[in-house]
Design a protein around this ligand. Structure first.
Ligand code: UDP
Ligand code: MG
Length: 313
């Protein structure tokens, strides 16, 4: 059987040979049962990634690649890989060896042993090597999104997973432009089990994430998979109407009992500022969703391919 390995690469000239060497050991162990079919997706790298891929693909018939016309992001690379993968089983792996190749063997065994299992994912139980503040916010993000969205997002789950063909086809039916794969994997359903492992640091190169990009990524997740922020304005509005009503009654009684000395302009300013802020915030939230609708209605392609080593599937 064919096992497609999708590998998104962005500036990974150093990691690719190391990754491939590790994977050859895995291929040796899978021999007779699975033939690995590599599909590297060069996501507009600025270094020699494409040259490395060209060479690798020439010397190994199992290796193929796609190269984008520019950097479209990992989500786009993943989608491109899934669309072009030909395997009966499909896996998605980072090239920096943070997704340990040995786990792939365990994943294959688990799928072989359980006929009704559709997918094996893996999740990090530790976040060693990561700034504590980042781990803290990551945890808060998972708490929040699981509370306000219908799909379950597993804390620490990576994109590294092994899926059966029918699950891949289901994911491909989700054709939205704003792709948040962690959400889509869970939204399509199917039976998934998670293997656990300890975090491993990158072998070479640098991560393309910083705090700000992670923050934006989590906002994407929320906006793509929850409508709860949209109701914040409604609830806040309702709440302040009630407060205003109660305040009005209080003022009437106070005036009747104690007369009407003029006081309280600082509190008035604070209230005006607060409500103004709240209105802008609500507008901003609506704007964010509107922006998503805008991009979605344009129906632009998620990625563009400039070069490929084999014909489109
Ligand atoms: N990646 C990509 N496009 C991008 C950024 C990253 O294809 O715009 C790839 C990258 O080459 C790697 C994987 O996505 O194989 C994960 O990236 P990274 O290691 O930077 O993320 P982290 O492991 O820190 O979450
Ligand atoms: Mg990484």
């Amino acid at each position: 059987m064919l096992l497609s390995v999708i590998v998104p690469c962005y500036n990974e000239e150093e990691s690719i040979p190391l990754f491939f060497k590790e994977m050859e050991k895995i291929q040796a162990k899978l021999l007779g049962r699975y033939q690995l079919d590599y599909l590297f997706v060069n996501d507009g790298s600025k270094d020699k990634t494409l040259d490395v891929l060209r060479q690798l693909s020439q010397s190994h018939s199992a290796v193929n690649y796609l190269s984008f016309s520019r950097n479209f992001g990992k989500e786009a690379a993943l989608y491109a890989g899934l669309r072009e993968a030909r395997g009966d089983l499909v896996t998605v792996m980072d090239v920096d060896l943070q997704d340990p190749p040995e786990l792939l063997l365990e994943m294959v065994q688990l799928l072989e042993a359980n006929a009704d299992l559709d997918c094996v994912g893996c999740r990090r139980t530790s976040r060693d090597g990561e700034p504590p503040i980042r781990s803290f916010f990551a945890k808060q993000f998972y708490n929040l999104i699981n509370r306000i969205s219908n799909v379950e997002m597993v804390d620490g789950a990576r994109d590294f997973r092994l899926m059966r063909r029918h699950m891949v086809d289901a994911i491909l039916e989700v054709t939205e432009y704003n792709r948040f794969s962690k959400g889509i994997f869970s939204w399509v359903g199917f039976k998934t089990e998670y293997l656990e492992y300890k975090n491993i640091e990158r072998v070479a190169g640098e991560t393309s994430w910083n705090f700000w990009s992670l923050f934006k990524y989590s906002v994407e997740g929320i906006v793509n998979f929850s409508e709860v922020p949209l109701s914040i304005a409604t609830f806040a509005g309702l709440f302040f109407c009630l407060v205003a009503f109660a305040g009005g009654i209080l003022i009437i009684f106070k005036t009747l009992a104690f007369g009407d000395p003029v006081a309280g302009w600082p509190s008035m300013t604070v209230i005006v500022l607060f409500l103004g802020g709240l209105q802008l915030l609500s507008l901003g939230i609506i704007g964010k969703y509107l922006g998503k609708v805008f991009m979605e209605t344009k129906k632009r392609p998620v990625y563009l391919v400039k070069e490929r080593s084999r014909a489109q599937k």
